[in-house]
Design a protein around this ligand. Structure first.
Ligand code: GLU
Length: 437
């Protein structure tokens, strides 16, 4: 039950959250609501507007029918959620995964609002997804599904309205199809409608590596505060795609040993450190870490017991729970994934003095370079990669330093500190804009 704000003296009206917003209390949206509740006591007078954070502005559920190669017609369920647009257009990725649900997309859209405000890029938060296992589709089916989905959500996206980008199982090619579909429907080429596009279509140099680079940058900054030497650290990584693979490579280049990697194919371990460049080649060729010769295979559940100083969850939500949080040996967890740690696990880790660098700051590098891409598209003027990376590192370091200071001042976790910084920015603009009508 939530309480609506009311003018002083007037009786407060009770507005329970609609059922779809309450549903799935243990899922990602439930976790997000708990994270918001933890920040409300720190918001001062802006707490009056906090209810806004618990209600996505706009939710679109679409049917996506396509012709399959075998002549049948298949229907997929698609979503686009715009959680908040107080600070600018909606911004956030599109995910293709068999477990996508409305609750998950709502949570992911809300985390985008927090993330974008945390690094102070001028966006609200949005997210989309299709409930599908894309590995089961042919290339033609994948293209038809992407194009039909884009047409269906075309009524709410646009370069000044809501800008999709890659996320789990979506990539530059999918963004190219989305950009083309939107452009065909509107009658002119509109590169700025999506980010994470191929460089030849208005994409940005450095975008593909940006999330992993941000994970590394924030991790290296945080390590200084806890006297952790990256050059001698052992690192375990879950997920070895666009985020975990790039972060693992950068940590290895800084001298760290990548001792364990887990993905959907299994879990591999090498005490002396895995050869990251050859593992990346193996994953690119085969699709997973399974079958990599220069490592031993360990049981998936043993991943959480691995001796390491740094753990990087870079796959899906709800991986670190009350069931495994007590077993983790790492001194620092860098959340490359969105929502990998449940609030209960957060408490256990804090109690055990494990430093958690939360998703909403640690993986913000991707959307930061998406912002650079969008700006470059508008001006049709493109920066070189060194310029992009330097700007990215500067934004990440500044944002992290601010969040670190707030966590010290308020004696709260880095997650709550990031939420304090971000929610104040969002609700301040909410208050300035006021309610219409
Ligand atoms: N999907 C990425 C994320 O979760 C990037 C979103 C974007 O670039 O808009 O942050």
């Amino acid at each position: 039950m939530s309480q609506a704000s009311s003018p002083a003296g007037a009786p407060a009206l009770l507005h329970p959250l609609p059922s779809y917003l309450q549903a799935d209390k243990l899922g990602p949206w439930g976790n997000y609501l708990q994270q918001v509740d933890r920040v409300i006591p720190h918001l001062g007078s802006l707490a009056r507007w906090a209810e806004t954070l618990k209600r996505p502005k706009r939710i679109l559920i679409v049917d996506v029918p396509i012709h399959m190669d075998d002549g049948t017609v298949a229907h997929f369920e698609g979503y686009r959620v715009q959680h908040n647009v107080s600070r600018g257009p909606g911004k956030g990725g599109v995910r293709f995964h068999q477990d996508v649900t409305l609750s998950e997309v709502m949570a992911l859209s809300a985390w985008m609002s927090i993330k974008n405000a945390a690094v102070n890029v001028p966006y609200g938060g949005a997210k989309g997804g299709i409930r599908v296992d894309p590995k089961k589709l042919s290339r033609g089916e994948l293209e038809r599904m992407t194009r039909r989905y884009t047409s269906e959500i075309g009524i709410i996206i646009g370069p000044n309205k809501d800008i999709p980008a890659p996320d789990v199982n979506t990539n530059e090619q999918i963004m190219a199809w989305m950009m083309d579909t939107y452009s065909m429907n509107t009658g002119s080429t509109s590169t700025g409608v999506v980010t994470g596009k191929p460089v030849d279509l208005g994409g940005s140099l450095g975008r593909r590596e940006a999330t992993g680079r941000g994970v590394f940058t924030v991790g290296a900054e945080a390590a200084k505060h806890i006297d952790l030497d990256i050059a001698t650290a052992r690192v375990a990584v879950q997920g070895f795609g666009n985020v975990g693979g790039v972060a693992g490579k950068l940590f290895a280049e800084a001298g760290a040993r990548i001792v364990a990697v887990q993905d959907h194919g299994g879990t591999i371990y090498r005490e002396a450190g895995l050869d990251v460049p050859s593992l990346l080649r193996h994953v690119a060729a085969t699709g997973s870490v399974a079958g990599f010769a220069q490592a031993e295979v360990i049981a998936d559940d043993k991943f959480w017991d691995v001796d390491c100083e740094i753990l990087i969850p870079a796959a899906l939500e709800q991986q670190i729970t009350r069931d495994n949080a007590g077993r983790i040996k790492a001194r620092m967890i860098i959340e490359g994934a969105n929502g990998p740690t449940t609030p209960e696990a957060d408490d256990i880790l804090q109690e055990r003095n494990v430093l958690v660098l939360p998703d909403v700051i640690a993986n913000a590098g991707g959307v930061t370079v998406s912002y650079f891409e969008w700006v470059q598209d508008f001006s049709s003027f493109f920066w070189d990669e060194a310029e992009i990376n330097a700007r990215l590192v500067r934004i990440m370091k500044e944002a992290f330093a601010g969040v670190w200071q707030v966590s010290q001042d308020h004696k709260v976790s880095l997650r709550t500190a990031t939420f304090i910084v971000a929610c104040k920015r969002i609700l301040h603009t909410r208050e300035l804009r006021g309610l219409y009508p």
